[in-house]
Design a protein around this ligand. Structure first.
Ligand SMILES: Nc1ncnc2c1ncn2[C@@H]1O[C@H](COP(=O)(O)OP(=O)(O)OP(=O)(O)O)[C@@H](O)[C@H]1O
Ligand SMILES: [Mg+2]
Length: 412
Protein backbone atom coordinates (compact mmCIF):
# COMPACT_ATOMS: atom_id res chain seq x y z
CA UNK A 1 0.00 0.00 0.00
CA UNK A 2 3.02 2.20 -0.20
CA UNK A 3 3.49 5.15 2.03
CA UNK A 4 -0.04 6.47 2.02
CA UNK A 5 -2.23 6.90 5.08
CA UNK A 6 -0.25 9.60 6.81
CA UNK A 7 -3.31 11.37 8.05
CA UNK A 8 -4.48 10.86 11.61
CA UNK A 9 -7.44 8.62 12.15
CA UNK A 10 -10.69 10.14 13.16
CA UNK A 11 -11.06 10.29 16.89
CA UNK A 12 -13.59 11.02 19.53
CA UNK A 13 -14.06 13.56 22.26
CA UNK A 14 -15.84 12.30 25.33
CA UNK A 15 -18.02 9.29 25.60
CA UNK A 16 -21.62 9.70 26.56
CA UNK A 17 -23.25 6.99 24.53
CA UNK A 18 -22.33 4.41 21.98
CA UNK A 19 -23.22 4.24 18.35
CA UNK A 20 -23.38 0.52 18.45
CA UNK A 21 -25.34 -0.62 21.40
CA UNK A 22 -28.32 0.06 23.56
CA UNK A 23 -30.36 1.53 20.76
CA UNK A 24 -33.94 0.53 20.24
CA UNK A 25 -34.68 -1.08 16.92
CA UNK A 26 -35.38 1.56 14.39
CA UNK A 27 -36.68 1.49 10.91
CA UNK A 28 -35.24 3.60 8.21
CA UNK A 29 -38.31 4.83 6.42
CA UNK A 30 -38.55 7.74 4.10
CA UNK A 31 -41.29 10.26 4.72
CA UNK A 32 -40.89 12.22 1.55
CA UNK A 33 -39.91 10.29 -1.56
CA UNK A 34 -40.71 6.65 -1.84
CA UNK A 35 -38.63 6.16 -4.96
CA UNK A 36 -35.40 6.67 -3.12
CA UNK A 37 -36.04 4.65 -0.02
CA UNK A 38 -35.24 1.45 1.58
CA UNK A 39 -37.17 0.12 4.53
CA UNK A 40 -35.25 -1.87 7.05
CA UNK A 41 -37.01 -4.32 9.31
CA UNK A 42 -34.07 -4.65 11.62
CA UNK A 43 -31.63 -2.26 13.17
CA UNK A 44 -28.93 -2.31 10.52
CA UNK A 45 -26.08 -2.24 13.01
CA UNK A 46 -27.53 -5.20 14.80
CA UNK A 47 -27.85 -7.26 11.68
CA UNK A 48 -24.41 -6.41 10.40
CA UNK A 49 -22.71 -6.89 13.73
CA UNK A 50 -24.29 -10.32 14.02
CA UNK A 51 -23.16 -11.40 10.61
CA UNK A 52 -19.65 -10.15 11.21
CA UNK A 53 -19.43 -11.85 14.55
CA UNK A 54 -20.64 -15.03 12.89
CA UNK A 55 -17.82 -14.56 10.34
CA UNK A 56 -20.05 -15.74 7.57
CA UNK A 57 -19.49 -14.74 3.98
CA UNK A 58 -21.75 -11.84 4.76
CA UNK A 59 -23.90 -11.64 1.69
CA UNK A 60 -26.80 -11.50 4.12
CA UNK A 61 -25.72 -8.09 5.36
CA UNK A 62 -27.56 -6.32 2.67
CA UNK A 63 -28.89 -7.82 -0.48
CA UNK A 64 -27.96 -4.58 -2.21
CA UNK A 65 -24.26 -4.93 -1.56
CA UNK A 66 -21.65 -7.21 -3.00
CA UNK A 67 -19.35 -8.96 -0.54
CA UNK A 68 -15.89 -8.90 -2.12
CA UNK A 69 -13.01 -11.11 -1.10
CA UNK A 70 -9.76 -9.34 -0.27
CA UNK A 71 -8.17 -11.08 -3.22
CA UNK A 72 -10.85 -9.64 -5.55
CA UNK A 73 -9.92 -6.14 -4.47
CA UNK A 74 -6.21 -6.81 -4.69
CA UNK A 75 -6.76 -7.88 -8.28
CA UNK A 76 -9.03 -4.92 -9.03
CA UNK A 77 -6.40 -2.42 -7.81
CA UNK A 78 -3.28 -4.34 -8.96
CA UNK A 79 -2.32 -4.97 -5.37
CA UNK A 80 -3.14 -1.44 -4.26
CA UNK A 81 -0.48 0.03 -6.49
CA UNK A 82 0.48 3.53 -5.57
CA UNK A 83 -0.24 4.84 -9.06
CA UNK A 84 -3.85 3.79 -8.50
CA UNK A 85 -4.08 5.97 -5.41
CA UNK A 86 -6.91 8.50 -5.65
CA UNK A 87 -6.55 10.10 -2.26
CA UNK A 88 -6.15 9.64 1.43
CA UNK A 89 -8.28 10.49 4.43
CA UNK A 90 -8.51 9.75 8.12
CA UNK A 91 -9.97 6.32 7.43
CA UNK A 92 -7.32 5.15 5.01
CA UNK A 93 -6.39 5.33 1.36
CA UNK A 94 -8.67 5.34 -1.66
CA UNK A 95 -7.59 3.50 -4.82
CA UNK A 96 -9.11 3.24 -8.23
CA UNK A 97 -9.92 -0.24 -9.42
CA UNK A 98 -11.79 -2.06 -12.17
CA UNK A 99 -14.63 -4.53 -11.96
CA UNK A 100 -17.02 -6.12 -14.41
CA UNK A 101 -20.20 -4.11 -14.71
CA UNK A 102 -22.47 -7.16 -14.49
CA UNK A 103 -20.67 -9.80 -12.45
CA UNK A 104 -18.72 -7.25 -10.31
CA UNK A 105 -15.71 -9.57 -10.62
CA UNK A 106 -12.31 -7.84 -10.80
CA UNK A 107 -11.18 -7.07 -14.32
CA UNK A 108 -8.01 -5.90 -16.03
CA UNK A 109 -7.24 -2.21 -15.57
CA UNK A 110 -8.94 -0.21 -18.25
CA UNK A 111 -11.73 -2.76 -18.77
CA UNK A 112 -15.12 -3.02 -17.11
CA UNK A 113 -16.10 -0.10 -14.88
CA UNK A 114 -13.89 1.97 -12.67
CA UNK A 115 -14.62 1.96 -8.95
CA UNK A 116 -13.12 3.69 -5.92
CA UNK A 117 -11.88 1.31 -3.22
CA UNK A 118 -11.27 2.62 0.26
CA UNK A 119 -9.00 0.53 2.45
CA UNK A 120 -9.17 0.94 6.20
CA UNK A 121 -5.95 1.45 8.09
CA UNK A 122 -5.39 -1.74 10.00
CA UNK A 123 -4.58 -0.07 13.29
CA UNK A 124 -7.70 2.02 13.38
CA UNK A 125 -10.41 0.72 15.71
CA UNK A 126 -12.41 3.84 15.12
CA UNK A 127 -12.05 3.09 11.43
CA UNK A 128 -13.72 -0.27 11.92
CA UNK A 129 -16.68 1.36 13.63
CA UNK A 130 -16.98 3.90 10.87
CA UNK A 131 -16.68 1.19 8.24
CA UNK A 132 -19.56 -0.67 9.87
CA UNK A 133 -21.70 2.44 10.12
CA UNK A 134 -21.03 3.28 6.50
CA UNK A 135 -21.95 -0.19 5.25
CA UNK A 136 -25.18 0.02 7.19
CA UNK A 137 -26.30 3.42 6.07
CA UNK A 138 -25.08 3.45 2.48
CA UNK A 139 -26.11 -0.16 2.02
CA UNK A 140 -29.67 0.89 2.60
CA UNK A 141 -30.06 4.50 1.60
CA UNK A 142 -30.23 5.33 -2.06
CA UNK A 143 -30.50 8.79 -3.47
CA UNK A 144 -29.02 10.60 -6.44
CA UNK A 145 -27.07 12.89 -4.12
CA UNK A 146 -25.55 10.15 -1.97
CA UNK A 147 -22.54 8.30 -3.32
CA UNK A 148 -23.36 4.73 -4.27
CA UNK A 149 -21.76 1.96 -2.26
CA UNK A 150 -21.32 -1.12 -4.44
CA UNK A 151 -19.89 -3.48 -1.88
CA UNK A 152 -17.49 -4.15 0.91
CA UNK A 153 -14.84 -6.56 2.08
CA UNK A 154 -14.61 -7.94 5.59
CA UNK A 155 -12.00 -10.64 5.61
CA UNK A 156 -9.86 -11.26 8.69
CA UNK A 157 -8.54 -7.80 9.63
CA UNK A 158 -9.22 -6.24 6.27
CA UNK A 159 -12.05 -3.74 5.94
CA UNK A 160 -12.69 -2.14 2.58
CA UNK A 161 -15.47 -0.30 0.82
CA UNK A 162 -16.16 -0.23 -2.91
CA UNK A 163 -17.91 2.85 -4.29
CA UNK A 164 -19.00 4.16 -7.63
CA UNK A 165 -16.15 6.15 -9.12
CA UNK A 166 -16.63 9.91 -9.11
CA UNK A 167 -14.49 11.22 -11.97
CA UNK A 168 -14.10 14.81 -10.79
CA UNK A 169 -13.02 13.84 -7.28
CA UNK A 170 -13.88 15.98 -4.30
CA UNK A 171 -15.13 19.56 -4.09
CA UNK A 172 -12.10 20.28 -1.94
CA UNK A 173 -9.79 19.67 -4.91
CA UNK A 174 -11.74 22.04 -7.12
CA UNK A 175 -12.16 24.86 -4.64
CA UNK A 176 -8.75 25.05 -3.04
CA UNK A 177 -6.15 23.59 -5.39
CA UNK A 178 -4.38 26.29 -7.31
CA UNK A 179 -3.50 23.89 -10.13
CA UNK A 180 -7.17 23.07 -10.79
CA UNK A 181 -9.30 25.34 -12.94
CA UNK A 182 -11.78 27.24 -10.76
CA UNK A 183 -15.39 26.16 -10.92
CA UNK A 184 -17.97 28.67 -12.12
CA UNK A 185 -20.64 30.35 -10.05
CA UNK A 186 -23.39 28.30 -11.73
CA UNK A 187 -21.55 25.06 -10.92
CA UNK A 188 -21.01 26.13 -7.32
CA UNK A 189 -24.70 26.85 -6.93
CA UNK A 190 -25.65 23.54 -8.48
CA UNK A 191 -23.34 21.76 -6.07
CA UNK A 192 -24.94 23.64 -3.16
CA UNK A 193 -28.40 22.53 -4.32
CA UNK A 194 -27.29 18.93 -4.75
CA UNK A 195 -25.77 18.78 -1.28
CA UNK A 196 -28.83 20.46 0.24
CA UNK A 197 -30.98 17.86 -1.48
CA UNK A 198 -28.89 15.00 -0.12
CA UNK A 199 -29.07 16.36 3.42
CA UNK A 200 -32.80 17.08 3.13
CA UNK A 201 -33.31 13.49 2.12
CA UNK A 202 -31.45 12.22 5.19
CA UNK A 203 -33.23 14.59 7.56
CA UNK A 204 -36.57 13.61 6.03
CA UNK A 205 -36.13 9.95 6.89
CA UNK A 206 -38.15 8.53 9.70
CA UNK A 207 -34.91 7.96 11.61
CA UNK A 208 -33.92 11.64 11.07
CA UNK A 209 -30.49 10.57 9.93
CA UNK A 210 -27.79 13.11 10.78
CA UNK A 211 -24.77 13.03 8.51
CA UNK A 212 -22.35 14.73 10.93
CA UNK A 213 -19.34 15.09 8.65
CA UNK A 214 -20.23 17.55 5.93
CA UNK A 215 -17.14 19.16 4.42
CA UNK A 216 -15.70 19.89 1.00
CA UNK A 217 -13.64 16.68 0.92
CA UNK A 218 -16.77 14.57 1.49
CA UNK A 219 -18.62 16.10 -1.44
CA UNK A 220 -17.75 14.12 -4.57
CA UNK A 221 -18.40 15.18 -8.15
CA UNK A 222 -19.32 13.12 -11.19
CA UNK A 223 -18.28 13.92 -14.76
CA UNK A 224 -21.01 16.59 -15.03
CA UNK A 225 -20.29 18.09 -11.61
CA UNK A 226 -23.35 16.50 -10.04
CA UNK A 227 -22.53 16.39 -6.33
CA UNK A 228 -22.94 13.45 -3.98
CA UNK A 229 -22.28 13.15 -0.28
CA UNK A 230 -19.82 10.42 0.64
CA UNK A 231 -18.46 8.97 3.89
CA UNK A 232 -21.24 7.88 6.18
CA UNK A 233 -18.95 6.66 8.93
CA UNK A 234 -20.12 9.31 11.38
CA UNK A 235 -23.80 9.27 10.42
CA UNK A 236 -26.34 8.34 13.03
CA UNK A 237 -30.01 8.31 13.67
CA UNK A 238 -31.29 11.60 14.99
CA UNK A 239 -33.77 12.43 17.75
CA UNK A 240 -37.33 11.20 17.41
CA UNK A 241 -40.53 11.94 19.30
CA UNK A 242 -40.16 14.68 21.87
CA UNK A 243 -36.39 14.44 22.02
CA UNK A 244 -34.49 17.48 20.86
CA UNK A 245 -31.14 15.78 20.37
CA UNK A 246 -29.14 12.61 20.70
CA UNK A 247 -26.07 12.54 22.92
CA UNK A 248 -22.95 11.34 21.19
CA UNK A 249 -19.25 11.28 21.45
CA UNK A 250 -18.08 14.46 19.79
CA UNK A 251 -16.88 13.56 16.33
CA UNK A 252 -16.43 15.63 13.26
CA UNK A 253 -14.07 18.08 11.66
CA UNK A 254 -12.83 21.38 13.01
CA UNK A 255 -14.10 24.43 11.28
CA UNK A 256 -17.24 22.58 10.16
CA UNK A 257 -18.76 21.19 13.37
CA UNK A 258 -21.56 23.16 15.02
CA UNK A 259 -20.40 24.98 18.17
CA UNK A 260 -23.16 23.69 20.45
CA UNK A 261 -22.40 20.13 19.39
CA UNK A 262 -18.70 20.58 20.10
CA UNK A 263 -19.54 22.10 23.48
CA UNK A 264 -22.14 19.57 24.64
CA UNK A 265 -22.17 16.48 22.41
CA UNK A 266 -25.86 17.16 21.79
CA UNK A 267 -26.49 16.33 18.17
CA UNK A 268 -29.51 17.19 16.07
CA UNK A 269 -30.12 17.78 12.35
CA UNK A 270 -29.34 21.47 12.78
CA UNK A 271 -25.71 20.47 13.34
CA UNK A 272 -25.66 19.47 9.66
CA UNK A 273 -27.27 22.79 8.76
CA UNK A 274 -24.36 24.61 10.43
CA UNK A 275 -21.81 22.53 8.49
CA UNK A 276 -23.75 23.25 5.32
CA UNK A 277 -23.43 26.97 6.10
CA UNK A 278 -19.65 26.52 6.32
CA UNK A 279 -19.61 24.74 2.94
CA UNK A 280 -21.67 27.60 1.45
CA UNK A 281 -19.04 30.01 2.74
CA UNK A 282 -16.33 27.90 1.12
CA UNK A 283 -18.21 27.98 -2.17
CA UNK A 284 -18.60 31.75 -1.96
CA UNK A 285 -15.11 32.58 -0.80
CA UNK A 286 -12.89 29.79 -2.12
CA UNK A 287 -11.33 29.70 1.36
CA UNK A 288 -10.97 26.67 3.59
CA UNK A 289 -13.05 26.23 6.73
CA UNK A 290 -9.75 26.21 8.58
CA UNK A 291 -6.54 27.24 6.93
CA UNK A 292 -4.31 24.24 6.46
CA UNK A 293 -1.16 26.26 5.89
CA UNK A 294 -1.13 27.71 9.36
CA UNK A 295 -1.87 24.29 10.83
CA UNK A 296 -4.94 25.88 12.35
CA UNK A 297 -3.00 27.16 15.34
CA UNK A 298 -4.31 30.42 16.76
CA UNK A 299 -6.01 31.00 13.44
CA UNK A 300 -9.54 32.15 13.10
CA UNK A 301 -11.96 29.88 11.32
CA UNK A 302 -13.57 30.83 8.03
CA UNK A 303 -16.78 31.55 9.93
CA UNK A 304 -15.02 33.94 12.29
CA UNK A 305 -13.28 35.68 9.42
CA UNK A 306 -16.43 35.99 7.30
CA UNK A 307 -18.82 37.01 10.05
CA UNK A 308 -18.17 40.78 10.04
CA UNK A 309 -18.75 40.80 6.27
CA UNK A 310 -21.79 38.56 6.35
CA UNK A 311 -23.62 40.79 8.80
CA UNK A 312 -22.81 43.96 6.90
CA UNK A 313 -24.69 44.10 3.66
CA UNK A 314 -22.44 46.75 2.18
CA UNK A 315 -19.34 44.67 2.72
CA UNK A 316 -20.68 41.17 2.19
CA UNK A 317 -19.28 40.81 -1.33
CA UNK A 318 -15.77 41.21 0.01
CA UNK A 319 -15.82 37.55 0.97
CA UNK A 320 -16.24 36.49 -2.67
CA UNK A 321 -13.66 34.26 -4.34
CA UNK A 322 -11.55 36.40 -6.67
CA UNK A 323 -11.08 33.30 -8.84
CA UNK A 324 -14.69 33.79 -9.93
CA UNK A 325 -13.50 36.89 -11.75
CA UNK A 326 -16.67 38.75 -10.81
CA UNK A 327 -18.71 36.39 -13.00
CA UNK A 328 -21.72 36.07 -10.75
CA UNK A 329 -24.86 37.94 -9.91
CA UNK A 330 -24.31 40.26 -7.01
CA UNK A 331 -27.85 39.78 -5.81
CA UNK A 332 -27.55 36.04 -5.96
CA UNK A 333 -24.26 36.13 -4.05
CA UNK A 334 -25.84 38.33 -1.37
CA UNK A 335 -28.76 35.97 -1.07
CA UNK A 336 -26.50 32.96 -0.69
CA UNK A 337 -24.41 34.82 1.90
CA UNK A 338 -27.62 35.60 3.80
CA UNK A 339 -28.61 31.93 3.71
CA UNK A 340 -25.14 30.98 4.98
CA UNK A 341 -25.49 33.44 7.85
CA UNK A 342 -28.79 31.87 8.86
CA UNK A 343 -27.33 28.37 8.71
CA UNK A 344 -24.50 29.53 10.97
CA UNK A 345 -26.75 31.00 13.66
CA UNK A 346 -25.27 30.35 17.07
CA UNK A 347 -28.63 29.13 18.37
CA UNK A 348 -29.40 25.93 16.48
CA UNK A 349 -33.14 26.52 16.90
CA UNK A 350 -32.83 29.64 14.77
CA UNK A 351 -31.17 27.86 11.90
CA UNK A 352 -33.44 26.98 8.99
CA UNK A 353 -34.23 23.37 8.19
CA UNK A 354 -32.40 21.79 5.26
CA UNK A 355 -35.68 21.61 3.36
CA UNK A 356 -36.07 25.38 3.67
CA UNK A 357 -32.47 25.95 2.65
CA UNK A 358 -32.98 23.71 -0.37
CA UNK A 359 -36.13 25.63 -1.34
CA UNK A 360 -34.31 28.95 -1.14
CA UNK A 361 -31.36 27.76 -3.19
CA UNK A 362 -33.57 26.15 -5.81
CA UNK A 363 -35.59 29.33 -6.08
CA UNK A 364 -32.40 31.28 -6.60
CA UNK A 365 -31.16 28.91 -9.28
CA UNK A 366 -34.36 29.20 -11.26
CA UNK A 367 -34.67 32.94 -10.76
CA UNK A 368 -34.40 34.85 -14.04
CA UNK A 369 -33.32 38.11 -12.54
CA UNK A 370 -29.71 37.08 -12.07
CA UNK A 371 -27.51 39.49 -14.01
CA UNK A 372 -24.38 38.06 -15.64
CA UNK A 373 -22.25 41.10 -15.02
CA UNK A 374 -21.33 42.38 -11.59
CA UNK A 375 -22.88 45.64 -10.42
CA UNK A 376 -21.73 48.16 -7.88
CA UNK A 377 -22.67 47.37 -4.37
CA UNK A 378 -25.55 49.14 -2.68
CA UNK A 379 -27.18 47.99 0.49
CA UNK A 380 -30.61 48.51 -1.03
CA UNK A 381 -29.89 45.59 -3.34
CA UNK A 382 -29.95 43.17 -0.46
CA UNK A 383 -32.77 40.77 -1.27
CA UNK A 384 -35.14 39.43 1.26
CA UNK A 385 -34.46 35.79 1.66
CA UNK A 386 -37.44 33.48 2.00
CA UNK A 387 -35.85 32.12 5.18
CA UNK A 388 -35.73 33.78 8.58
CA UNK A 389 -34.45 37.34 8.95
CA UNK A 390 -30.73 37.69 9.30
CA UNK A 391 -29.67 37.01 12.79
CA UNK A 392 -26.63 37.86 14.77
CA UNK A 393 -23.96 35.23 14.83
CA UNK A 394 -22.33 35.37 18.19
CA UNK A 395 -18.72 34.60 18.79
CA UNK A 396 -18.99 30.95 19.63
CA UNK A 397 -15.87 29.09 18.73
CA UNK A 398 -13.92 29.15 21.94
CA UNK A 399 -14.68 25.47 22.50
CA UNK A 400 -13.02 24.29 19.31
CA UNK A 401 -9.38 23.49 19.47
CA UNK A 402 -7.33 23.87 16.36
CA UNK A 403 -5.04 21.13 15.11
CA UNK A 404 -3.34 20.19 11.90
CA UNK A 405 -5.26 19.24 8.79
CA UNK A 406 -7.67 17.45 8.54
CA UNK A 407 -8.55 18.99 11.88
CA UNK A 408 -10.49 16.09 13.26
CA UNK A 409 -12.07 16.90 16.56
CA UNK A 410 -10.09 15.07 19.18
CA UNK A 411 -9.87 14.77 22.92
CA UNK A 412 -10.00 18.21 24.39
N1 LIG B 1 -15.92 7.44 -4.89
C1 LIG B 1 -14.80 8.14 -5.18
N2 LIG B 1 -14.49 8.43 -6.46
C2 LIG B 1 -13.38 9.13 -6.77
N3 LIG B 1 -12.53 9.62 -5.85
C3 LIG B 1 -12.79 9.37 -4.55
C4 LIG B 1 -13.93 8.62 -4.14
N4 LIG B 1 -13.93 8.53 -2.79
C5 LIG B 1 -12.85 9.21 -2.38
N5 LIG B 1 -12.15 9.72 -3.42
C6 LIG B 1 -10.92 10.50 -3.37
O1 LIG B 1 -10.17 10.11 -2.25
C7 LIG B 1 -9.93 11.23 -1.41
C8 LIG B 1 -9.87 10.77 0.03
O2 LIG B 1 -11.16 10.47 0.47
P1 LIG B 1 -11.43 10.13 1.98
O3 LIG B 1 -12.90 10.13 2.17
O4 LIG B 1 -10.70 8.89 2.34
O5 LIG B 1 -10.73 11.31 2.75
P2 LIG B 1 -11.20 12.75 3.22
O6 LIG B 1 -12.61 12.97 2.79
O7 LIG B 1 -10.17 13.72 2.73
O8 LIG B 1 -11.08 12.69 4.76
P3 LIG B 1 -12.04 11.93 5.77
O9 LIG B 1 -11.38 10.63 6.08
O10 LIG B 1 -12.08 12.82 6.93
O11 LIG B 1 -13.35 11.72 5.09
C9 LIG B 1 -11.05 12.20 -1.74
O12 LIG B 1 -10.69 13.52 -1.45
C10 LIG B 1 -11.23 11.97 -3.22
O13 LIG B 1 -10.30 12.76 -3.94
MG1 LIG C 1 -14.06 11.67 3.00
Amino acid sequence: MGNCCRKPAKCAHASSSSNFSGKAKSQIIVKQDSTTTYVSQQTPLESLNKSLIASKADSSVSSNLKSFSFNDLKLATRNFRSDNLLGEGGFGCVFKGWIDEHTLAPTKPGTGIMVAIKRLKLESFQGHKEWLTEVNYLGQLHHENLVKLIGYCSESDNRLLVYEFMPKGSLENHLFRKSVEPISWATRMKIAVDVARGLSFLHGLHANVIYRDLKASNILLDADFNAKISDFGLARDGPTGDNTHVSTRIMGTRGYAAPEYVATGHLNPKSDVYSFGVVLLELLSGRRALDEETGGFAEETLVEWAYPFLKDNRRVLRIMDTRLGGQYSKKAAQTVAAIALQCLHSDSKNRPSMVNVLGSLEQLNTSREMPRTPQLNTSRDMPRTPLQPQAKLEHHHQGIKHTNHPQRISNV
